[in-house]
Design a protein around this ligand. Structure first.
Ligand code: HEC
Ligand code: HEC
Length: 339
């Protein structure tokens, strides 16, 4: 008897199957195996039916290609230093649509007639606690991000604000705000988009994978103290004290997509993406501690650590709080393609 997963794979066409393989390896760690969302961080529910009924492919394509700056959603396109070609991205999009083919929602695209000051005040009372000041930095999806607002219509925004996304914390505001209140908030979101600083141009990305830098760090240093084998994790303070202050011998592995690595990484870390460590395995030392980290804060690094243990590495740990805490403590980081 084939398993459920095998049976549903068998119903996919070859393009969707290719998308399914990529999705399982690269996306499921955060968005969930079946697109249910919230496996790690605030990765949204991609299979949610109201989302699939209203989402334009431009949203999916732009999100996957460019990521969402300032969040853990990486840029996955090879043009940005990620692993996916344009046709890989189309295959992932085809797979995402295979979860459900709801009738397309009829989006209300009549011209906006809102008031920005009223919208700003509604935003403060109803939305800021989840979506953050000016639509970023909140506990939920960054709706002020110009990479999102730039690809959606007013009808899409009205639709999600009016009816919410069932099964997620996003409730519908149709009754509470009425059409006028919803339009006011949409006008406010458009004002955020207009004021958003242009993202700085990214340096041209080399074809992946990035070459491994020198390993281990501190090759003649002592063995680190206080590191714990995964699934236990090691606190940032311990890693920093051993790496920087005591100059202990270790390898730091950035488990995220290389596009993130190039934006910033722990100084000295090498890029070994969680979805494909194979090109690096022979070059990694078996007699030094390997410390994996990501920013989510340990979904991708945990996936990488488990793969390394499965390959026979014994001294593998995960940086407990991830890159976010490392940076907030102003421990050393580096930008670019090299460690
Ligand atoms: C209790 C938390 C919460 C509140 C309050 C809330 N939202 Fe949301 N919102 C969410 C979550 C969670 C999602 C993503 C749901 C999903 O997984 O699809 C979301 C999704 C959205 C989206 C779609 C984003 C996308 O990428 O598809 C928009 C637009 C949005 N919210 C606007 C608003 C506005 C405007 C308000 C206030 C009127 C509001 N939300 C209030 C939690 C909230
Ligand atoms: C490290 C966790 C992580 C991984 C891995 C990841 N994502 Fe995301 N993704 C997120 C987060 C978090 C967001 C919401 C970002 C925000 O706040 O704007 C997101 C947003 C998205 C969105 C936009 C959804 C919306 O409602 O606006 C799409 C589409 C998406 N991801 C697809 C993918 C695909 C496809 C992959 C694999 C190639 C992937 N993601 C891998 C964390 C992740």
């Amino acid at each position: 008897m084939p398993s459920d997963a095998e049976a549903s794979l068998a119903q996919l066409n070859p393009v969707q199957r290719h998308g399914a393989e990529l999705y399982a390896r690269m996306c499921a760690v955060c968005h969930g195996k079946s697109g249910e969302g919230y496996k790690a961080d605030q990765a949204t529910a991609l299979a949610q039916p109201d989302f699939l009924a209203s989402v334009p492919d431009a949203l999916l394509r732009t999100a996957i290609t460019e990521g969402r700056t300032g969040t853990t959603m990486s840029a996955w396109a090879t043009t940005r230093g990620g692993p996916l070609s344009a046709s890989d991205i189309e295959a992932v999009i085809a797979f995402i649509h295979s979860w459900a083919q709801p009738a397309r929602a009829a989006l209300d695209e009549h011209s906006l007639t809102g008031d920005v000051a009223r919208g700003a005040s509604t935003y403060q009372t109803e939305c800021v606690r989840c979506h953050g000041n000016r639509g970023t930095g909140g506990p939920n999806v960054s709706i002020g991000n110009p990479q999102l607002l730039g690809v959606v219509s007013n009808g899409f925004l009205r639709h999600v604000i009016r009816q919410g996304r069932k099964g997620t914390p996003m409730e519908g505001f149709r009754a509470k705000l009425a059409d006028q209140g919803v339009d006011d908030v949409v006008v406010y979101l458009r004002s955020l988009q207009a004021q958003a600083a242009k993202a700085p141009p990214r340096a041209p990305a080399p074809p992946p994978p990035l070459p491994l830098g020198p390993v281990p760090l501190n090759p003649h240093g002592p063995a680190p103290l206080g590191f714990k084998v995964f699934p236990a994790t090691t606190p940032a303070d311990v890693v920093k004290a051993q790496l920087v202050d005591r100059k202990a011998r270790m390898v730091l592995l950035d488990a995220r997509a290389p596009s993130d690595y190039m934006l910033d990484h722990i100084a000295g870390a090498v890029s070994v993406p969680f979805y494909d460590p194979a090109p690096y395995l022979d070059a990694l030392p078996k007699d030094a501690w390997l410390v994996a980290y990501c920013a989510c804060p340990h979904a991708e690094s945990g996936t990488l650590a488990q793969k390394l243990l499965d390959k026979g590495f014994k001294q593998v740990t995960v940086l407990d709080e991830g890159l976010g805490v490392w940076k907030s403590k102003q421990y050393p980081t580096h930008t670019g393609q090299t460690p």
